[in-house]
Structures are given as structure tokens and as C-alpha cells.
Design a protein around this ligand. Structure first.
Ligand code: URA
Ligand code: SF4
Length: 244
């Protein structure tokens, strides 16, 4: 992490703290920029701060955060080693979904975080995180149920990353089936993507990102088994790809 990057990061945090670019600033107690090592290989992106996060100015510190911490362990990760943030940095009233225009207003902050941290893997938790990241990378989002299980190559803010998606931990708090699915995702495709990245097996150069085929219409599988997101036609569910 160069000094320049640290300076840029500090400026970014200040901008987020003082931001008035969308109406969410009106009801927040604290904006929640994110936290974690700036040289993290893994980034977690959630939806938006909830009540506890708004009070403390820190991401994922409430009940969903406790579950996230446990899930990260299933993937062989420690919370302290990943960079954690959200799509929008201020709490929507009553935890409603962030509106498209709020996401658009806030997205430059997330993209700058990606540029500075340069993660190898981004774990998108929930529909809002997954759909926003895919869209920002020019990929077609097929819904959490279709996208979970995939490790998707993406170029985001000029950075080559692998995006893995799953459900949101908050949704699983009162839904045992979802919680089981989340656990199997963190033990399965997420853990694998993380291990590949940390072994240096994740695609790193532009050539690594040129899909090698196979057929038009189906999910394009690169040389290392990474799936292209949003392939047109029936194959785009990517069945079996990376599933545990
Ligand atoms: N849910 C989120 O999406 N983010 C948080 O930081 C906390 C709960
Ligand atoms: Fe600014 Fe994002 Fe907060 Fe909206 S949600 S006020 S864009 S920091």
C-alpha cells in the first residue's frame, strides 16, 4: 500500500463521513465507510448499514455481523483479514432496500475502495450487493439463486476480481434453510475461490480473463474453471460450476 493510496483512502473516508449526495444522509447517525486491512485479498460487500452499524459507524457489527463472522471462518477467513463494506454507506430508514438512485450516488465510493484495496475476491452478500457489483462490471445478474455457486471473473473499476455471491446473513437469521444454504456456500464455492486466490491461482493477467470457450450460449468456462456471468440462453445458470 503506497503512501499515496493511504492518503487517498483517508480522503475517501472523510468524503463518506461528510457526504450529502443522497437523502440517506438526512436520517443517518453515522455513515459507515467500511473497515479492514487496505491490502486485503478478500473484500466483503453487504447491502447497507443497519441500526447497530449506524450507531457505531462500523459495518456488520449487529446480529447479521455475528453470523457473518462465523461464516467467514467456514471459508477459512478471519474477519480481521478481510475488508468489509456495503453498497451504500448510510442506513436506509427502517432498513428498507436502498433505492436505485441512492445506489448510483454511492457507487463511486465502493469503486474507489476496490481500486485502493485491489481485492482478488469479492464476496457479495445478498441481492443488492450481487446485482450492483455485476452491473458495475457489465455483467448480467440472474438472481442470487442462479449466481450462488459461481466464481465469476469481472473487471471492476479497472481491477480484475472474482465475484462470489450468496444470500444475505440478515435474511438467514430467522430462516434455517437459508442459513444452511449460506453455510454450504461459505464452505463451498466461496472457500474454493478464496483458496484459489490465496494460492495465486486466481486469474491475474488480462489473458487469464479471455474465456476459452466452449460453446455459444452456454456458460463460458475459462481455463481455470471460472464461469462467465450472465451468458445468454439456457446455459447461464452455470449448473454444477463450483458447487460444493
Ligand atoms: N447488513 C448489511 O448489509 N451491512 C451491514 O453492515 C450490516 C447488516
Ligand atoms: Fe453519500 Fe452514500 Fe450516504 Fe448517500 S448513502 S449520503 S451517497 S455516503
Amino acid at each position: 500500500m503506497s503512501e499515496d493510496a493511504v492518503e487517498r483512502y483517508k480522503r475517501l473516508v472523510e468524503s463518506i463521513k461528510n457526504c450529502t449526495k443522497c437523502p440517506l444522509h438526512l436520517s443517518r447517525k453515522n455513515s459507515v465507510p467500511g473497515e479492514g486491512p487496505l491490502n486485503a485479498d478478500i473484500m466483503v460487500v453487504g447491502e447497507a448499514p443497519g441500526r447497530s452499524e449506524d450507531e457505531q459507524g462500523r459495518p456488520f457489527v449487529g446480529a447479521a455481523g455475528k453470523l457473518l463472522d462465523r461464516l467467514l471462518k467456514e471459508a477459512g477467513l478471519e474477519r480481521g483479514k478481510v475488508y468489509i463494506t456495503n453498497v451504500v454507506k448510510c442506513r436506509p430508514p427502517n432498513n428498507r432496500d436502498p433505492k436505485p438512485e441512492e445506489i448510483t450516488a454511492c457507487l463511486p465510493y465502493l469503486l474507489e475502495q476496490v481500486r485502493l484495496v485491489k481485492p482478488k475476491v469479492i464476496i457479495a452478500v445478498g441481492r443488492i450487493a450481487g446485482s450492483t457489483l455485476y452491473k458495475a462490471a457489465g455483467l448480467k445478474w440472474g438472481g442470487v439463486r442462479r449466481e450462488r455457486g459461481k466464481a465469476v471473473k469481472a473487471r471492476l473499476a479497472g481491477i480484475d476480481v472474482v465475484i462470489v455471491s450468496t444470500y444475505h446473513p440478515a435474511a438467514a437469521l430467522y430462516n434455517p434453510q437459508l442459513k444452511e444454504d449460506l453455510e454450504s456456500d461459505f464452505k463451498g464455492h466461496i472457500r474454493k475461490a478464496v483458496e484459489d486466490a490465496l494460492k495465486g491461482r486466481a486469474p491475474k493477467t488480462l489473458e487469464d480473463f479471455i474465456p476459452l470457450g466452449p460453446e455459444p450460449g452456454g456458460p463460458k468456462v475459462g481455463s481455470r474453471g471460472y464461469v462467465e456471468a450472465g451468458g445468454e440462453g439456457e446455459g447461464s445458470g452455470g449448473k454444477g460450476q463450483g458447487k460444493a
